[in-house]
Each structure stands twice: as C-alpha cells, then as structure tokens.
Design a protein around this ligand. Structure first.
Ligand code: PLP
Length: 447
C-alpha cells in the first residue's frame, strides 16, 4: 500500500506511474518506499524499521551506509568523478590489486564491468577467443544474469520466456542431495554421479565444442547449495581433460559471503576465470568484473581483446571497492561472516527446523543460508511450485515483514543474506521473527 507520509506517497505514485520494474507484471506491484538505511537496518517512508537479511539482492556485504565507503565515494566525487577506461587511475589500479591479492595464485588481472551479467558475458567471450570454441556448459538451478546470453545460460524458470536456443548453452545437473537428480543417498554418491553425468554429457555433446563451463561456486538464487567435498576438484579435472575454460561465477558469493574472500578457496580449486560484482563494493556503485588467469591474460597480451564498456573501472565504483575491501580487512568482516554462520545463524536455523516441520532442509555456509520449505518432509513437496509462489509462502514473508524482518525469497525458499558484519544480537532478532513467521508454513503442513 501507498505510505501515509505525504512525500512517501508522492514517491510511490511517481514510481507506479513511471518506473518499469524488473521481472514483474507491472500492474501487480506494490513496492515499499525506502527512505534511509544504516548498518543492518532500513526504514520505510512511514518510519518503520526493518532488519535487512535480504542483502537487497545479496550484495550489501558491509551493510548499509558504511561510513568508510560513503566517505570514499564522496572524496572520489570531489576529486575525479569519471575518467575513460583507457586512462590509468589510482582507485581503479588499487582496486584491481586488492582484488587479485585475494584471488587464487596465478590470477593477476581484472577486467572491470558494470555488474554481474556483463562480467559473465565477458568471461565467456574471453573463453571463446582463448579456445576457438563456442558452446558453454552451465547447470540447472543456476543464475548468471539477465542479458541475452546470460539468461540463456541460467538454469531457472526465467530463461523460459527468453530462450531462443541460439546462445550455444548446454545445461547439466549439479550435485544437490536434498533433491537429487541421481537418486543418490549420500554426499559422496551424489558427487560421484554428478561428475559422471557431467562427463557423459560433454562426451555426447562433443568435447571439442565447449569453450567454457560456468558454475556458481555455491549456487545462490537457485537455493544456496554448497557443493559436496571433491565436486569442484572433479569439475576442474574434467575441464582440464577436455580443454574447457572453468569460470567460477562468484557474483553472489565473492567478497566474503561464504566466510572466505572467494568461495573457491574452501574447495582448493583455481578456476581459469572468476566473475564478481555485488559484494565487491557492497553494491554502493554498480561494479563487476572478471579476474583473469595468467594463461588467459597471455592470450590477449599481443592480440586485441575485442570488448569494452564506457564505464569499465569507473572511479566512483572502484573507489567504493577499495574502501569496501579495506574496511572488510581492517574490521575482520569476512572472519565475522564465517563465525556468525558457524556459531549463531547456522545453529539457530537448525534449532528452528526442530520446531517447524515445514522446514525440509537448512543449507548454507558463512552468512548465506536457505530454508527449503515443504508441505511434507517425506515427499519434500515444496511450499510453492517451481517458478512460482503460493499463499503460504506469501503469508510467511508478510509475517516476517510485520515482525520487522526482510528476507530474500525464491519460489518455496527463504534465503538469509545479512550483512557480513551483522551482530549476534541482530541474528537472534531475525531468528525470533522467523520463528513467528514460520507458523504460516506449518499451518499448511500435511506430512
Ligand atoms: N551471476 C550470479 C551468480 C548472480 O547471482 C547474478 C545476480 O544475481 C548475476 C550473475 C547477474 O548479476 P547482475 O544482476 O549484476 O547483472
């Protein structure tokens, strides 16, 4: 509903009249007017305060309005608002160094983009030029962006209305024991069968047709599914065997979300390319990019890379990245994400699962968690259909909001993506709100 506050209502009416929103039927929208934010909280136009565990779109890694990042943007604006990509600039150069310092060994260059989808687009372009091949492997239950290529690469229902089958993408099943595509009963079995399936698929599609395999290190929007031990190493080996460029899409999980700077660190693998965006500067100014392995950078040492963007490495965005990364390092924000997940958020969600039968599974790592909500634990019937919603999940979300908690949601799932510097007290408040909200899911439980 429109806010009661006059200025808030005016914003609401202008938005409804003129703003065309993403992924939505426009007539059905009812956006919340947000007027300010700080740390883990934001406020609506009528002054109600919300604990923001949505991360907006899982990107506010240092929380809202971090003073160091805000000041860095202000200072940069006062000095050099913009400069074309061809010039060198102190913040762009330093951001690239700070990013590559945290990437695996042998990845020393960054190509900056404006966000995640164009990072993935450029990673694929690099892989195609590097290999001289065209096709791209991606997994079902994955998301890589909203552009023509990246939506075709995505393995969720948003591809369907955009699919024209020409982008050269082939989908495979990744490991996901809770809803196993392989009838596996253990993580080890799931891992082994998923790798076998991937290799078979490559053999039958033509191993020499694939330029790249693009994989979210922890699939995010599709359900927060940390891969079993050994899976990513297996993927690395398969890519090596068939000369396929391994692109780790860390747009959602990079910069500490899972409790390490990059999630690949926890799996001991070095991809050929890493895509990032979101958390690199907490989304304060649009920024993304590709971290490039030395052997691929070498391909373009004496050969033109045929790609670019007007705002590649924009000074306001890269100044925000420098301040974000330095604040994260100085304030031990990545360590906090790991610790809060291990000691408070993970155990707290598991305790909720003991009280609420509608929680089919709790999954996650660091400051990145999902509740897989079901109407029956035996059949694992989701609380909302694939690609859709249901009155029950809507009731859970509405109650969470009434309790002052914002979460990220996808189909039948609730995702928790708090700022990585969230406090224990804030996590406990969120758990209390969820405890109340989940009664609406339990109410339709039939198991
Ligand atoms: N890749 C992953 C893993 C994502 O989660 C997203 C966005 O959610 C993207 C790519 C696309 O990023 P953007 O929306 O910045 O284009």
């Amino acid at each position: 509903p429109a806010p009661k506050d006059d200025a808030g209502r005016r914003t609401y009416e202008l938005d409804r009249a003129h703003v065309f929103h993403s992924w939505s039927a426009q007539a059905a929208l009812d956006p919340m007017v947000v007027t300010r934010s700080e740390g883990s909280y934001l406020w609506d136009a009528d002054g109600a305060r919300y604990l923001d565990f949505s991360g907006q779109l899982v990107y506010t890694n240092v929380g809202h309005q971090h003073p160091r990042v805000v000041k860095a943007i202000q200072d940069q604006a006062a000095t050099l608002c913009t400069i074309a990509p061809a010039h060198a600039n102190d913040k762009r150069a330093l951001a690239a160094k700070l990013i590559t310092d945290r990437a695996p060994e042998g990845m020393n260059k960054v190509f900056f983009t404006n966000g995640g989808a164009d990072a993935v687009e450029h990673a694929v372009r690099m892989a195609r030029l590097h290999t001289g091949r065209y096709k791209v492997l991606t997994q079902y239950r994955g998301y890589h962006g909203g552009t023509h290529l990246t939506i075709n690469m995505s393995g969720d229902h948003r591809r369907w209305p955009n699919d024209n089958g020409t982008a050269g993408t082939v989908h495979f099943w990744g490991p996901f024991l809770y809803r196993s595509a392989f009838h596996a009963t253990t993580e080890a079995e799931e891992c082994e069968r998923a790798l076998e399936h991937l290799e078979q698929l490559i053999r039958f599609e033509g191993p020499e047709s694939f330029a790249a395999l693009v994989l979210e290190t922890v699939a995010g929007t599709s359900g927060v599914m940390p891969p079993p031990p050994g899976y990513l190493q297996g993927v690395r080996e398969i890519c090596d065997r068939y000369g396929i460029v391994y692109v780790a899409d860390e747009v959602m999980v990079g910069f500490g979300r899972t409790g390490t700077w990059f999630a690949v660190e926890q799996h001991g693998v070095t991809p050929d390319l890493i895509t990032f965006a979101k958390g690199v500067n907490s989304g304060y100014v649009p920024l993304g990019g590709v971290i490039i392995g030395d052997h691929i950078a070498e391909t373009f040492a004496h050969r033109v890379y045929p790609g670019g963007l007007t705002y590649s490495g924009h000074p306001l965005a890269t100044a925000a990245a420098v301040a974000t990364i330095e604040a994260m390092a100085d304030e031990k924000i990545v360590e906090n994400a790991a610790e809060i997940g291990r000691t408070v958020l993970g155990p707290g969600l598991r305790a909720l699962a003991e009280r609420h039968p509608s929680i089919g599974e709790v999954r996650g790592v660091g400051a990145f968690w999902a509740l897989d909500l079901v109407t029956d634990r035996e059949t694992k019937e989701p609380l909302a259909p694939y690609g859709g919603s249901s009155p029950a999940i809507q009731a859970v979300l509405a109650e969470a909001k009434a309790q002052g908690l914002l979460v990220f949601t996808n189909y039948h799932r609730i995702h928790l993506a708090p700022p990585l510097n969230v406090t224990e007290a804030e996590v406990k408040d969120a758990l209390t709100a969820l405890d109340v909200a989940l009664a609406h899911a339990d109410a339709v439980y039939t198991g």
